[in-house]
Structure formats: structure tokens, C-alpha cells
Design a protein. Sequence first.
Length: 242
Amino acid sequence: MKRNLLLLGFALISYIASAQFYLGGSFTENSTWLLNKAVFDRGDDQDIAASFGNNYGIVAGIQFTDNLGLEVNFLFNTHTQNYTGKDWPVLGCDFTSKSTYHSIDIPVLLKTGGKAYFEIGPQLSLIQSATYEIDYSSSACTDKSVDNKEDYSSTIFGLAMGFGGNIDLTDNLKLTLGLRLYYGFTDIGGVNAWGWNKEDTENMDNLYSIANPDDDNHYGHKDFKTNPAAGGIKIGLIYVID
């Protein structure tokens, strides 16, 4: 048994030693989303608007064969969601607002293919900071901008996948162009377009139910679950270590 394990260990070391390693960097410009049914069901009260973010960082990988490899990224990520709305429930002011969080993203990707590739794997995200901003169309309401990291979970578990191609610039240097998609399975909490978190929304639901016992309308605290999603164009440079 020990002899078999020793032989397996030597075979594994030999296999890794024959593999190619590479290092590099990447930048991705994303269309970003914070998916929350409690927001989507509010209609004109809370409408989502086009939102964009980006990430950049370090790429490290190992190519076991011409068509199979493993890659890890360490990325500094900015994720936003813009909103527009009418008749904010306090003073009835139209508004635009924005939620933003910054995270360190660590996807671990199985890559198949050579010059053209497909990649898929789990991603861990660590939220570092978050902000919420709202701007009103009327001076009757007061604009505000706040740090609200406490409204978010600290970690996100998700799935990253993509496809693209590698263009040889020299024998060792390659330009990477591709599409990267991401979905977070974790409910990250956050806030709605009005800046309310789940607890705030539940409190308003309770007050509304007391004032309007025969009305089924509510602010959606039972549906308050936020999942991040993103997709964008990725560009990078990698250097293959001989």
C-alpha cells in the first residue's frame, strides 16, 4: 500500500512538473445586476436602470495538457445597481439612486480548449465596502449618501463561467479576449431602491398592515432576497513560464 502511494506521488509530481504555468492580469467591464423580487415587483416605484462595474487583478494558472488547465483569479471588483423611481412613499419625490459594493473576487476555473477556451468554476467574493446614494428631483426631499456595508453579507458564493480565445503575441506572451459571466447564489441582503434593508421593509409592511388591514399590498419583505449577477467583456495578458 505504501509503495503504491509512493508511486502515485511520484507520478503526480512528474505530471505537474511537465505542466506549463502562466501568470498575468485581466480587466473586465461588466453589466451588473442586483436581483431582488421585492424591487422588481414595485413597478414605477422602484425601476432598475442600466448599471455597470468592472474588475481587475491577477491571473495564475496551470496547463496540464493542450486542452485542460486550472486557473485562479484574484480580482478587485466594483458592482453597482442603478434605480429610478416615482412617488417615494414619504413625500412623493421622484428620484434616482445607486447601490455599490466593492469586493475581492476569487474564482477557481476549470479551463478546456487551447486557442479557444471554455471556463467554469466556483467563485468566492469577500465584500470590502458598500455605499448607497439617492438624489431627488425636488428640494422637499433630502439627498443622501451613506456607507452601508452592515446591510450586506460579508461573503458571497457563486459560479463563474466564460469563453474566449488566446492570441499569441510572442512564444510566451498571449492576449486573452473573452466573455465572463457570474451569478451569486448567496442572499447578500443589501437595500432596495429607497435604501431600505429587509428589516426596514418588514417594519414598513407591519405598519401598512395595521393601517390597512384589508389591503394585501405590501413592501415585499417576504421577497427581500438579493442575488448579484454580472456579465462582461474580459481582456488580459498572460505570460507562459517555460
